[in-house]
Design a protein around this ligand. Structure first.
Ligand SMILES: [Fe+2]
Length: 300
C-alpha cells in the first residue's frame, strides 16, 4: 500500500492508573517506558520508546490513537489525504509531540468524535525491549502496534471516513449473536494485518467508545501463560481462549482495570493484497471465546 500508515500508539485515559500499571506489567508482560510527563504512564511492546500511553482522567476510555507515516513525505501525503476527505488536521504542539515521543504530529476527529493523530518519527527506546513474562515479544514492526475496536453509532459511515481520510481498506464485515444480542462489525486494515481498526454496532449502549485493544504475541505459549496469570490474579475475563474466524487470531480478552478489554492474541492473518476478497461472515469465532462476564439483565 503506498503511503501506508501504521498504528503507532494508543492513548488511554482512566482513573485507576495504578491498577492498570500492575495489570499491564504483571499480567500482560508489558515493559514500563519512561514516563513522558507527570501523570502519564507509558508501556512498551517493542524497540519503540512507548506504544500505550495512560493518562489519569475520568473517562476510562480511549483518548487518541496515533498513526505513523514512514517519512516526512508520507506524513505530508497523509495530511493531504485527510484534507481531501474534508477535515483540517491541526498541528500538535512541541510539548505534545514530546509526550508522544514523535518528531511531529497533527490531529483531527472522525465523524463520531474519536481523536485521530497522524505522526512521524516515533522514537526508539535507548534499551532493548525485554519482558520476562513475554519472552517471545510482540508482533509489531510494519504491521503496527496491534489493532483496536471502537463502539460505533454508524459503522458504515466510520468505515467510509477511515477509507477516505486514512487510506484504509475494508477487510470484511461480520455479524454474530453475542450475549448482549446481535453485533455487527466492519474491519479495516492500514497494513497487511487483517485489521487495524474495527467498528462495532451493538444493540445496547456500551459504557465507553473503546471495546478493546489487541496486542499480538509472537509465541502462542506466551498467550497461554498470560491467560493463566490473569486467571490466577482474579482478573475478570471478557472472553476465554478461542480463535476468531476472520483474522484467525488465537486469543483471550481480559478486562483491564480501566474497563475496556485487552485482547492478547497470536497468529493473526496477514492479508495478501493480490488475492484478498471482501466478504461478510456470520460468525466471530471459529471456536471458544466463551464469555466470561455476566450477561446484562436487560438482554439475558
Ligand atoms: Fe480484536
Amino acid at each position: 500500500m503506498n503511503d501506508s500508515i501504521s498504528l503507532a500508539y494508543t492513548i488511554v485515559e482512566g482513573r485507576d492508573v495504578e491498577a492498570f500499571d500492575a495489570f499491564a506489567t504483571s499480567i500482560l508482560g508489558l515493559q514500563r517506558g519512561a514516563s513522558p510527563a507527570p501523570d502519564v504512564g507509558s508501556y512498551r511492546l517493542d524497540e519503540k520508546a512507548q506504544r500505550i500511553l495512560v493518562r489519569r482522567g475520568d473517562a476510562d476510555d480511549i483518548a487518541a490513537v496515533g498513526f505513523e507515516a514512514s517519512s516526512a513525505q508520507a506524513f505530508e501525503g497523509a495530511l493531504a489525504r485527510a484534507r481531501a476527505a474534508g477535515v483540517q488536521p491541526q498541528p500538535g504542539s512541541a510539548d505534545e509531540a514530546r509526550i508522544r515521543q514523535v518528531a511531529e504530529f497533527a490531529w483531527f476527529a472522525d465523524p463520531e468524535g474519536n481523536r485521530i493523530e497522524v505522526c512521524r518519527g516515533l522514537r526508539e527506546a535507548t534499551e532493548p525491549f525485554r519482558s520476562a513474562l513475554m519472552p517471545g515479544g510482540f508482533k509489531t514492526g510494519a504491521l503496527g502496534m496491534g489493532h483496536y475496536v471502537l463502539i460505533a453509532d454508524d459503522r458504515l459511515r466510520l468505515a467510509r471516513f477511515y477509507t477516505a481520510a486514512l487510506g484504509m481498506r475494508l477487510s470484511d464485515t461480520a455479524t454474530d449473536r453475542e450475549p448482549i444480542g446481535e453485533v455487527s462489525v466492519s474491519f479495516l486494515r492500514a497494513t497487511p494485518r487483517h485489521h487495524t481498526v474495527g467498528f462495532a454496532q451493538a444493540p445496547i449502549p456500551f459504557p465507553r467508545r473503546l471495546h478493546h485493544i489487541m496486542i499480538e504475541a509472537n509465541d502462542l505459549d506466551d498467550v497461554g501463560a498470560s491467560y493463566e496469570r490473569a486467571l490466577a490474579a482474579g482478573t475478570p475475563i471478557a472472553n476465554h481462549l478461542g480463535r476468531h474466524l476472520n483474522d484467525r487470531m488465537f486469543s483471550y480478552y481480559a478486562v483491564s482495570p480501566l474497563g475496556f478489554f485487552i485482547e492478547v492474541g497470536q497468529g493473526g492473518l496477514e492479508v495478501d493484497e493480490a488475492t484478498w476478497r471482501v466478504e461478510h461472515v456470520d460468525r466471530f469465532h471459529s471456536w471458544g471465546h466463551r464469555p466470561g462476564l455476566p450477561v446484562p439483565a436487560a438482554v439475558a
